[in-house]
Design a protein around this ligand. Structure first.
Ligand SMILES: NC(=O)C1=CN([C@@H]2O[C@H](COP(=O)(O)OP(=O)(O)OC[C@H]3O[C@@H](n4cnc5c(N)ncnc54)[C@H](O)[C@@H]3O)[C@@H](O)[C@H]2O)[C@@H](O)CC1
Ligand SMILES: Nc1ncnc2c1ncn2[C@@H]1O[C@H](COP(=O)(O)OP(=O)(O)O)[C@@H](O)[C@H]1O
Ligand SMILES: [Mg+2]
Length: 276
């Protein structure tokens, strides 16, 4: 098993070319946030914007619009019930993050299946939270043409793969990830990443991260990194490492690290760890 260490950051985070503009850094659509879980998609959107994604659109329940803009005026808003408005933006996105706080009712299932229908080649789909539970409950097939990045915690991975948490060995997980033809980030206190023949284990992370919204933030970061950096598997590894490394640093002086604090630390962290 390979270790994910500090060295992944310089390999991925590049110095920004002088003649670049927002279009250089990718378009992301983030879909989620039911009436009760609005915070999840706001935290994911914060992470996407603070990791440097060029254009971010948040598709959520309209009850979340004011809080979204209060936290993040940089994000555009679309009502996720409005399929006519949402579909062209989803189609045009380089990266779609779906699931944080989406919920698992019929309306959430409709939004997820529509997003799967729209997914296409040259698009990365980050499937997190409720979207993973919906995939498992409804035996959905993942889209064939997009690069599918799954970010389950161990219980979500149990639902999707059928492997009980106690039996989630690297061999079993790798076989299941390959069967899904997906890049899978199995989150725990030492997160593991499965992609094709490779298994990676993160070397960072702290129990100060054990708080709701921490995974929503990682999903947004994976979206932000894959939107900007060409090598998609490496971008995922860098997002996983950066998420835990920032938390480890904050945890020197904090009992608990709040998810939005990780996002707020990202611009300085990325500047410090970019390649020269
Ligand atoms: N502020 C918000 O709006 C929040 C919304 N959230 C959303 O709520 C939805 C449900 O997600 P949840 O994960 O809370 O609920 P789930 O029911 O999907 O998973 C939680 C269950 O998994 C078990 N579990 C086993 N191993 C675990 C591990 N390593 N990490 C985490 N749980 C493990 C827990 O004991 C618990 O029974 C998701 O869409 C999520 O994005 C959560 O992120 C919490 C914060
Ligand atoms: N004890 C821990 N040590 C290291 N990382 C942790 C620990 N507890 C939680 N995390 C990290 O926090 C995140 C939790 O994700 P998730 O359970 O999906 O949260 P949520 O859905 O509430 O946002 C994962 O990235 C996980 O690796
Ligand atoms: Mg989660």
């Amino acid at each position: 098993m390979k270790k994910i260490t500090q060295s992944i950051l310089e390999k991925v985070i590049r110095k920004r070319p002088a003649n670049s503009y927002k279009g250089t850094y990718g378009k992301i659509a983030l879909i989620g946030g039911s009436q009760n879980f609005g915070g999840a998609i706001i935290m994911a959107s914060l992470a996407a914007v603070y990791s440097g994604a060029g254009l971010v659109t948040t598709m959520t329940d309209p009850t979340n619009q004011t809080s979204l803009h209060d936290w993040l005026p940089e994000a555009m808003f679309v009502d996720y019930h409005d399929s006519q408005a949402a579909s062209p933006i989803i189609s045009a996105a380089d990266v779609v993050v779906i699931g944080p706080g989406l919920g698992t009712d019929n309306q959430a299932l409709t939004i997820l299946t529509k997003t799967f229908e729209l997914a296409h080649k040259n698009q990365t789909l980050v499937i997190d939270g409720s979207a993973l539970t919906l995939v498992a409950q409804n035996h959905l097939t993942l889209p064939q043409d997009s690069l599918n990045v799954l970010t389950p915690h161990q219980m979500e991975w149990q639902r999707v793969s059928g492997i009980k948490i106690a039996d989630q060995t690297p061999e079993a997980n790798q076989a299941a990830a390959n069967k899904l033809n997906a890049l899978v980030v199995v989150k725990s206190h030492r997160t593991q990443v499965y992609y094709q023949d490779s298994v990676y284990e993160n070397t960072g992370g702290t129990p100060a991260q054990a708080t709701g919204g921490m995974g929503d933030t990682l999903a947004g970061m994976v979206g932000g990194f894959t939107a900007q950096f060409a090598d998609q598997p490496k971008a995922v590894l860098a997002a996983v490492f950066a998420h835990s490394a920032i938390a480890d640093k904050l945890a020197h002086k904090q009992y608990v690290v709040l998810p939005h604090q990780i996002s707020e630390a990202l611009p300085k962290f990325m500047k410090k760890n970019q390649s020269v």
